[in-house]
Design a protein around this ligand. Sequence first.
Ligand code: ADP
Length: 478
Amino acid sequence: MKVLFATSECVPFVKTGGLADVVGALPAELCREGCEARVILPKYSAIAQKYKDQMRYIDNIYIKMGWRSQYCGVFDLKIGDVTYYFVDNEFYFGNDPIYGDISVDVERFAFFDKAVLALLQIIDFWPDVIHCNDWQTGMIPVLLRAHYPYDDRYNKIKTVMTIHNLKFQGVYDKKTIADVCELEDSYFTPDKLEFYKDASFLKGGLVYADYITTVSKTYSREIMSDYFGENLNGLLSAKADRVTGIINGINYEEWNPGTDGFIENNYNLRNFVSQKKLNKLALQKQFGLEENEGKFLIGMVTRLTGQKGLDLVECVMDNIFENGDVQMIILGTGEAQYENMLRHFEWKYKGSLASLIMFDNAASHKIYAGCDAFLMPSLFEPCGLSQMISMRYGTLPIVRETGGLRDSVEPYNEYENTGTGFSFANYNAHEMLGIINYAKKTWYDNKKSWQAMVKRAMKSDFSWANSAKEYIDVYNRI
Ligand code: ADP
């Protein structure tokens, strides 16, 4: 089975969120299962020089973009079993941000999607399946059918469209999309690309892909409802027999408390109690919290957007700190309103709350290792990786029961001594506060149960092996 992953981000080259982690890990796992998996992504200027130095130039072609013709170079680089291809164009990918304004991104990713298909002839890799990820690659299934109808090499290719986050759809005006994608008017009807008078990349991918996957079972059902469906629930319901949810794994080499080079004290199932304490003290010291291992320390590592439940946190922040027995450390960047909210509360609760407004991988590892609990009260969560990482580090998650959070965290049952974390059902700040207080009480008053739960969480299987097998089933089915 030959699979080409088309993606706008991929660890270790560029990352803004979970998509990069997924495409950074799944292809290698598929190779281990006997597939030949390769990856293609843009050659952004933001990619670290050490990777650029290892890339090998293959060739270049020109891609028609409306009335213009654009240079398109291709490089490759092999890491382990996986070959990565990089699409080069300074005009589209030579500036800093990976994602910019939608008006610009529509053309950048139309170019990328065209390039992926055109370059197959240059790299001479004819995949059985092109695996597309999120709206940035949504036009590939459309262009495959629209631009190569009589070429047998292309006709044989099947496509999978994976939704990592339905919120982002690549919606822009029909005329521009028709122009840069070179698609006839007949493609812009409500049963195809049209989306409320505009056109949508993601909808194109969903309509034309042979199979649709999303990143957890619960989210695959949620997106067929009005509440989570982002106006695509009708289409998704109509294709329900071709939609499946496959939970993400995490990269066990990158996220391993036993070998993690970012943390001061490595640990395992036998010595986590003493070593986590030391990591906690180091974390408190580094980020200006009162150095006291006896305080319940909650961490968050997150994009600061409405999706992540920050308005719930804001609503009950004063209640969380009112007894002086809780500390929090929050690492994130994003919307100004949340960044400012966190700065304000850091000022108000100096020594109890550390707000780290930045993207810092090393700090994230220290937080996963040093905290007691990890808060993730998302409004919606297609899969979520942070809760799995925190469980692997023995930091018990407190989550809202939605999407992948519901599928990966088993709520604590104090009577049967089961569970790997804490959860609440409704998007309600006081319901969340109730569960935070319950977790706090368990931590303070019932250390034995807490530690047994830490062990269960650390032992949970979040490796990619099972999910990779499920993807292979999907490839075989189509
Ligand atoms: P999403 O993809 O919606 O952002 P996930 O939980 O699936 O959420 O993945 C988020 C990933 O990004 C995790 O690996 C998390 O540790 C990382 N991350 C998020 N924000 C930051 C940050 N400010 N600094 C470092 N890592 C971050």
